[in-house]
Design a protein around this ligand. Structure first.
Ligand SMILES: Cc1ncc(COP(=O)(O)O)c(C=O)c1O
Length: 442
């Protein structure tokens, strides 16, 4: 009998007792390859000595000082480091303890910006269907993971959703990728005119969609069009890079590959690499300046904002990334992972699509590759794949509801950046066996 309120009350979880490099061991001594980095967090793998040393050093000096009294060197250094490598114009950092907190802060600072500018009528937020932005009420409201959202609906602020960029299913056969991107941009434009451009605060999107669809990048040019539309109406562009940011796709920020600079960007998972709970909201200078020249205070804070241990940890993670040239490894190994996935699943009868960027790859499962018909949701194929993977010593991150929140299954892969070719071969082999076993049992 456990007193922990686990994610699933009926499921029995093995106890994780140790981690080393890309593996986690449970209490029976069984080892699991962490091919999903937990949920795209463990970018350096487990028990990284340089990160642990930095954490120890921070703890020996200062574990905590409340930010209403002090700043800390760790927070200052991390903010300097992040700003030095951030998309253009993002000159300030607000620290939080995770992704949902980062999204809440982004939504609130976006609203406050317009209040400071004397545009208090701006109150609408536009997001995309099939996105996930977290579980707190604001993040849940902009997200659209239906099963998590439905029962809380009466508590959520009003938000508006447009279509995701989901080329595999939603680009018409006769349409080019560019034409599809233009159609999506027009849908956003239409939504803004319905609401009145002067009433909209922000458009928020995951640059590469993670948990809800399984590593889905937008079609080329889409985000540039979105940026232009936002600029035309004075609307802020918020990018949620909680999962896809800070190196996972092969550039520190996924938006670098879109050649688009947002007004606000949220990062979290890979920032602390799983060693400490930390997230960050990077804020454009124009927003900072409006607040600095107005009320002088962002009306939002948490007790653990800028926690010195979390900041020192994240700084160590960033330094290891640079010292070990991990971004180029993500790019190289990402190409290898994508190739191996194509070889194993490119003609698999139940895999309709293999997609992703860098070490952020996804597979979408279908009953029929031609019609793209998803599996019966009642079969919970994604859960079976997860269990079959665990039985084979493999952690992957499958999820259901890929198509519309109810139907569809996918598997997300996000291995640590230190993964090598031999480990990738083992991951693909075990995943193939897990998918074959799970689909055979349906
Ligand atoms: C894109 C995205 N945004 C926000 C969140 C929420 O982050 P957290 O679980 O740290 O609150 C997640 C978590 O998976 C995410 O993938």
């Amino acid at each position: 009998m456990t007193h922990v309120l686990h994610r699933s009350i009926v499921h029995r979880y093995p106890i994780a007792v140790s981690g080393k490099d890309i593996c986690i061991q449970d209490e029976t001594g069984k080892s699991y390859i962490d091919a999903s980095g937990g949920a795209a967090m463990s970018c350096l793998g487990h028990s990284h000595p340089a990160v642990i040393a930095a954490m120890r050093a921070q703890l020996e000096n200062l574990e905590y000082a409340h930010t209403s009294f002090f700043t800390s060197q760790a927070a200052e250094d991390l903010a300097d480091d992040l700003v030095a490598h951030a998309p253009l114009g993002l000159g300030h950092v607000f620290f939080v303890s995770g992704g949902s907190e980062g999204i809440e802060a982004a939504l609130k600072i976006a609203r406050q910006y317009f209040v400071e500018l004397g545009q208090p009528q701006r109150r609408h937020l536009i997001a995309r269907r099939q996105s996930y932005h977290g579980v707190t009420l604001g993040a849940l409201a902009v997200g659209s993971r239906l099963r998590q959202r439905r029962q809380f609906h009466p508590l959520l602020i009003e938000t508006h959703h447009v279509s995701p960029a989901y080329e595999y299913r939603e680009r018409h056969a006769e349409e080019t990728a560019q034409g599809y991107g233009e159609r999506l941009a027009q849908e956003l434009e239409d939504k803004i005119s319905t609401l009145g451009g002067e009433n909209v605060i922000a458009f928020i999107a995951e640059t590469v969609v993670g948990a809800t669809m399984g590593a889905v990048p937008a079609v080329p040019g889409y985000f540039k069009l979105v940026r232009e539309i936002c600029d035309r109406h004075g609307i802020l562009l918020i990018l949620d890079e909680v999962m896809c940011g800070i190196g996972r796709t092969g550039t520190l920020y996924a938006c670098e590959q879109e050649k688009v600079n947002p007004d606000l960007i949220v990062i979290a998972k890979g920032l602390g690499g799983g060693f400490a709970p930390i997230g960050a909201l990077l804020v454009h200078d124009k927003i900072f300046n409006a607040i600095a020249g107005g009320s002088g205070t962002f009306a939002h804070s948490h007790t653990y904002t800028g926690h010195p241990l979390a900041c020192a940890t994240a700084l160590a993670v960033q330094r290891v990334m640079r010292r070990d040239n991990l971004l180029s490894k993500v790019r190289d190994r990402g190409v290898y992972l994508a190739r191996r996935l194509q070889e194993r699943f490119g003609n698999h009868p139940f895999v309709g699509d293999v997609r992703g960027r860098g070490l952020f790859q996804g597979l979408e499962l279908v009953v029929d590759r031609r019609t793209k018909e998803p599996f019966d949701p009642g079969k919970k194929l994604h859960e079976r794949i997860k269990q079959e993977g665990m039985a084979r010593g493999l952690m992957v991150y499958p999820m259901g509801g890929t198509v519309d929140g109810a139907r569809g299954d996918h598997v997300l892969l996000a291995p640590p950046f230190i993964v090598d070719g031999a480990a990738i071969d083992t991951i693909v082999e075990r995943l193939g066996d897990a998918i074959d076993a799970a689909t055979a049992a349906t």
